[in-house]
Design a protein around this ligand. Structure first.
Ligand SMILES: Nc1ncnc2c1ncn2[C@@H]1O[C@H](COP(=O)(O)OP(=O)(O)OP(=O)(O)O)[C@@H](O)[C@H]1O
Length: 632
């Protein structure tokens, strides 16, 4: 997501943004309100201190009563201790629940990210998502811990203090309160400007995170091409931009601090001069003036702190907006039978009242129980059975309406138990077609059926138990080899995992230090490309799925290993309906029939030999000349 697009959306009220946190705060509201009440009492205790001073000055000090002075000192000490204890108690009250709020929000974000369609992840830079789950949530927690309470506490303290000032000497009180109106005006202007800069800075942190993440993941390319200088320059440029924004924020903060601190100082100075004249005229007691000035000084911190409390609140409001930008994004729609209108929770309503809660997002209708997967009957093995593409048309969700669809009216029938190879030139749409079967993307028009059932009407969970996929780029997770393979079938036992590893010719696992229990590093980078591909293949076949979709799964293997995998795969594919993207004749020979995809359309279907005979394009694709061109 581009920073400029994000930064442009600042025309919203900070209060309205922050109110969206309520579902998360609600479960801990009792503690938060208690903590705020405790802080208000503690803060108001500090306003009693000037009243004790007034009593001391006009009483024991004027009467030269040493015992009275000691008693006053004791009262002051007790008030100070009580204030400190109450503030400590407040902190204890909020620490644990706020950690819970942050964890619930982070949990919801992660869960939501898992349920968002692949198209969303195509669009969003990962750094933007990472920064929302880390820095933004930290800003929200800080807001709940500090500004939320202290804006209230300081507000109440200022109002009570103003009341005490007016009650003590209303003329002096008015002198002190005169700057309130201009201050409110200045603060309102500051809010608008600071909010826009805060959004820009947080988006820039997201961009920076993306660069760092890409640099770490792509460290081999960077080093291999000696691009560390240009990467460093790109990083420097982004951090310069962030630094610039932070400096603007600092200047705005400095300005508001200057105003908030200077104006009350001037008012106190004016009140001091006026008060001294009144004491000299005998219109005011010295004790009242001392109490008045002490109260005014006690209000200094609550007033001074308003600047950074408001700044922190703005940042939290921006962070909340950024958080809900993701949470409002529409999740994958269930089967048509599942949600009816297909509306997702991001339809403008709150994410829900049960943060950290249910697996079904609020706003989403419960999915009726899935029709049990039927064993393919004789009819299904005929016209309706197997995997069928009917008039499938597909355009990537972000592509504009007037661009050519990637797939155009694809009609293809892979019969039950048949293996179909999908061959086509680079960019012809092979990967796109395979991604439609497990519904990583939704078809734009037409439909895909499995044994006669429209996949759009199937609950995703059921669809994904029926269909297994292995992509050309095998992604492994920071987990053990066994756990990576079991992602294909959660309940697979050791025997099934062994069998899958055998099919994928992945017995190299036995030579790893801890066999199947060996941890593979981030993205499986501790393994070779071919090893990763074989583990991904094992993951695809471990659940013995009814439908198998393989996107050029053997591209990184040497010829001999490929032949061994093919022999084993052939046994697996006997019972499975499979669609296999192939570039090499050896992979194509695994298949019963071949479909040639050309410019997003199925140009021909037949056996390898038929197509070699009848299709010049296919013959060319299968020739060494094409492979050389592709490799080049
Ligand atoms: N996420 C995406 N968003 C938009 N367009 C995409 C996306 N992925 C692929 N495309 C476009 O769709 C077209 C088909 O891409 P696809 O990856 O399906 O081709 P392919 O036949 O698998 O190619 P190859 O053999 O090189 O892997 C290409 O023009 C590509 O630029």
């Amino acid at each position: 997501m581009s920073t400029t697009v994000e930064a442009a959306r600042t025309d919203r009220s900070a209060v309205r943004s922050l109110l969206r946190l309520w579902p998360y705060v609600r479960p801990v509201r009792a503690r938060l309100f208690t903590a705020a009440a405790v802080a208000i009492v503690a803060s108001c205790l500090s306003l009693v201190i000037p009243l004790v001073l007034k009593w001391m000055v006009d009483g024991p000090v004027a009467d030269r009563d040493v015992g009275g002075v000691w008693l006053g000192a004791l009262y002051l000490l007790l008030l100070g201790v009580a204030e400190a204890v109450l503030f400590g108690f407040r902190r204890w009250l909020v620490a644990r629940p706020l950690a819970r709020v942050e964890a619930a929000m982070r949990g919801d974000l992660f869960r939501h990210l898992q349920r968002l369609p692949v198209a969303f992840h195509d669009r969003w830079a990962s750094g933007q998502l990472l920064s929302r789950g880390t820095t933004d949530l930290m800003l929200v927690r800080l807001f709940l811990a500090f500004p939320l309470t202290f804006l209230l506490v300081n507000g109440v303290t200022i109002i009570v203090g103003a009341g005490i000032l007016l009650a003590q000497q209303w003329t002096l009180g008015l002198v002190l309160l005169a700057p309130v109106a201009p201050l409110v005006f200045v603060i309102a202007r500051f809010e608008v400007r600071y909010s826009s800069q805060a959004r820009t800075a947080q988006d820039q942190v997201g961009d920076l995170t993306t660069v760092v993440e890409e640099s770490v993941l792509g460290i081999r390319v960077i080093k291999g091409f000696g691009r560390h200088r240009s990467q460093a320059a790109a990083f420097r440029a982004l951090s310069e931009r962030l630094r610039g924004t932070e400096l603007v924020k600092a200047r705005l903060l400095a300005g508001i601090f200057g105003v908030i601190m200077t104006v009350p100082e001037l008012a106190i100075g004016a009140a001091l001069v006026l008060g001294t004249i009144q004491v000299a005229d005998g219109a005011l007691s010295a004790g009242t003036l001392v109490a008045f000035l002490s109260t005014a000084l006690a209000l200094r911190w609550p007033v001074d702190a308003m600047g950074f409390l408001l700044a922190m609140s703005q940042e939290a409001a921006t962070a909340t907006d950024r958080y809900f930008d993701v949470l409002d994004a529409e999740v994958e729609r269930e089967g048509k039978q599942g949600t009816g209108d297909g509306k997702a929770p991001g339809d403008g309503k709150s994410h829900g009242d049960e943060p950290g809660g249910a697996a079904t997002s609020p706003g989403q209708r419960p999915i009726p129980p899935a029709t049990p997967a039927k064993e393919p009957g004789p009819a299904e093995n005929g016209a309706g059975g197997g995997l069928r593409f009917e008039g499938v048309r597909f355009r990537y969700p972000d592509a504009s309406e007037d661009t050519e669809p990637v797939l155009k009216d694809v009609d293809l029938h892979i019969r039950s138990g048949e293996t179909m190879a999908l061959v086509g030139g680079t960019g012809s749409g092979k990967t796109t077609l395979t991604a439609l079967v497990p519904r990583l993307y939704e078809v734009t028009a037409g439909r895909i059926t499995l044994d006669g059932r429209d996949i759009a009407a199937m609950p995703r969970e059921e669809l994904r138990t029926l269909v297994s996929v292995a992509f050309e780029e095998p992604t492994l997770f920071s987990a053990s080899v066994g756990e990576n393979v079991r992602m294909g079938a959660e309940h697979a036992g050791d025997e099934e995992v062994r069998r899958a590893l055998d099919v994928a010719q992945a017995r190299f696992v036995d030579t790893l230090p801890r066999g199947c229990a060996t941890q593979v590093g981030e993205q499986g980078l501790s393994l070779s490309g071919g090893q990763r591909q074989r583990l991904a293949l094992a993951r695809a076949v471990v659940g013995e799925p009814r439908f198998l979709v393989l996107d050029d799964p053997l591209s990184a293997l040497d010829v001999q290993t490929e032949a061994l995998v093919e022999a084993a795969l052939r046994r697996v594919l006997r019972d499975t309906t499979a669609l296999v993207v192939a570039h090499r004749p050896s992979t194509v020979l695994l298949a019963d029939r071949v479909a040639l995809l050309s410019g997003g359309r199925v140009a021909a279907v037949g056996t390898h030999h038929e197509l070699l005979r009848d299709s010049a394009e296919y013959a060319w694709l299968m020739s060494g000349a094409h492979a050389e061109e592709r490799d080049r």
